[in-house]
Ligand binder design. Sequence first.
Ligand code: HEM
Length: 222
Amino acid sequence: MQLMARPQRWPFLYTWIVILGIVFASYALTALTNPAPASANRVHWYMARSAGMTAYLLLALTAFLGVTTASGAWDKLKLRKLVTQLHQFSALLVLPFVFFHLWGLYEDRTVPFSIPALLIPFADRYRPAAVALGILSLYTWVLLVVTSYFRERFNATAWRRIHMLAFPMFAAVTLHGLLAGTDSHTAWAKLVYAVPSAVIFAASVTRWRKARSKTARRPSAA
Ligand code: HEM
């Protein structure tokens, strides 16, 4: 199975063209208007936070669609194929928002982040454990996407075991947002973390129960 069906390739490419356009326009606007460093920092700080939140919600959506598809929740509505494609596409869409998250952090000079600090766990002293969880989640996300893209090269058990990393990754990225984020003390941010976590937890329990009852009903090969 391919990660991206043919009809999804163009929208994905357009998304990247729009993103590169935004990056270019942002640099051009900065060069033309030459804003005071404090206001440039503020804009990048807003961007880092809003993109982090968007990436988090997209990851949550991806996890929810994946778990509910695996438990057969969409089968009766004959939506399995569509939801699987949405699962794959939302997984890919995480990347641009993580890019904006990191770009915002890099450009905001109030708390300076070097490129190694953005990519190597514990390379910086700013909330090191919380930031390391974000970096590790990013690498796990890359692993999940790449192994799914080349799924046919793995045996089914190995692929499934790798894909199960999505559960600890989601827990890690939730902790990352809660512990590293400036907004975590606000009620709305707590809701942003709590609602998807509760929904995904409930969907995972349902999936696990269904899988267990299926195994129990299977006649043993005596
Ligand atoms: C899967 C990838 C990632 C997701 C979904 C994600 C998501 C988030 C979220 C939701 C927040 C909270 C923002 C707020 O409270 O307003 C946050 C904060 C933060 N993230 Fe990430 N993150 C990811 C990867 C990374 C990586 C690779 C780094 C590398 C340094 C990083 C560094 C930070 C920092 C420093 C903050 C604190 C920003 C602040 O509010 O001052 N994140 N992230």
